[in-house]
Design a protein around this ligand. Structure first.
Ligand code: CP
Length: 335
């Protein structure tokens, strides 16, 4: 794909070659994300960061990534505080807001709403999550994390063995990641969920058609055995018709240090798109795993800034100018 001025709406837009190029750019930008270097390459540019569903990581890391490239961020959060509440269409909203921004990131509770918005936009639009459909930038940062965690053991994404656990029906991060894994070779995917929350069949078919081995079960301990990556997910309470229905599944697949040690290989990496549900009736990823060096969830969240910087720099076509617009760093904030 050509990144220049592109909308990023679905992970299906990417080929393996474009992922390689994006990750090369991400590696190049990592020192800027870590405040070891600074650039003002996007000084004067404006990001419209529009989040119509709750978010911590995606919203703030998109904003931080744009700021770290020198750009400004304007935020709109919540449908109630926008004129969507008064019946304005996504098309009209896009026509108007794209006059105020150079690029827009958007999260919305309805599937395909971000694509509808993009039709009205005069600037590139990035999907920050559209209902239960997709979360393409999360899949990119997840794959970037998998790549770097495996590289520590001289492994590549080809040949990966991964367990995806939890609410695979509503979890848009596993939907996008499953599609992305179809670009790679010889993958084993163990899908662990309650039967009612299984990964949609069309995604299982895509994995099988890509030549991957797919095992479906509701047995957590078996699912953990012989995998490189455990990708745990939250029961997506907001997608159920009631909390009572979500409660039927909450807490069914809890991973803690004892279960990890008993079932996982020593190098198995634990990932989660976050937020993890740490309430006592869920506790899907126990706090007793926090000191475990194989828990990659915060490295994964940090990678969100790096990958989103790479997307902004590629879409706005400034990768080749980043070093030219370097600036000094005057402060010391890292511990
Ligand atoms: N992973 C993720 O999308 O987190 P937020 O909902 O906090 O943005």
């Amino acid at each position: 794909m050509d990144f220049r001025s592109a909308h990023i709406l679905s992970i299906e837009q990417f080929e393996r070659d474009s992922i390689d190029r994006l990750f090369e750019t991400a590696d190049f930008l990592a020192p800027y994300a870590r405040r070891q270097k600074r650039t003002k390459v996007l000084e004067g540019a404006i990001l419209g960061n529009m989040f119509f569903e709750p978010s911590t990581r995606t919203r703030v890391s998109f904003g931080a990534a744009f700021n770290l490239l020198g750009g400004f961020v304007r935020e709109t959060t919540g449908i109630d505080s926008s004129s969507l509440k008064k019946g304005e269409s996504l098309y009209d909203t896009a026509r108007v807001l794209s006059g105020y921004s150079d690029i827009i990131c958007m999260r919305h509770p309805q599937a395909h709403s971000v694509a509808e918005f993009a039709e009205g936009s005069r600037v590139p639009v990035i999907n920050g999550g559209d209902g239960p459909n997709e979360h393409p930038t999360q899949a990119l940062l997840d794959l970037y994390t998998i790549r770097s965690e495996l590289a520590a053991h001289d492994r590549t994404i080809d040949g990966l063995r991964i367990a995806m656990i939890g609410d695979l029906k509503h979890g848009r991060t596993v939907h996008s990641l499953s599609k992305l894994l179809c670009l790679y070779k010889n993958i084993t995917v163990k899908l662990v969920s309650p039967e009612a929350l299984a990964l949609p069949n069309y995604l299982i078919d895509s994995l099988v058609n890509a030549g991957h081995r797919v095992e479906v079960s509701n047995d957590l301990e078996n699912g953990l055995k012989g995998v490189d990556i455990v990708y745990s997910t939250r029961i997506q309470e907001e997608r159920f018709s009631s909390s009572e229905e979500a409660n039927l599944y909450r807490g069914q697949f809890r991973l803690n240090e004892t279960i990890f040690t008993a079932n996982c290989e020593p190098n198995t990496v634990i990932m989660h798109p976050l937020p993890r549900d740490s309430r006592s009736d869920a506790n899907e990823l126990d706090n007793d795993l926090n000191p475990n060096p194989r828990l990659a969830i915060f490295r994964q969240a940090d990678n969100g800034v790096i990958v989103r910087m790479a997307l902004f720099a590629s879409i706005l076509d400034v990768v080749h100018l980043v070093e030219k617009y370097e600036a000094p760093i005057h402060w010391a904030s890292r511990r």
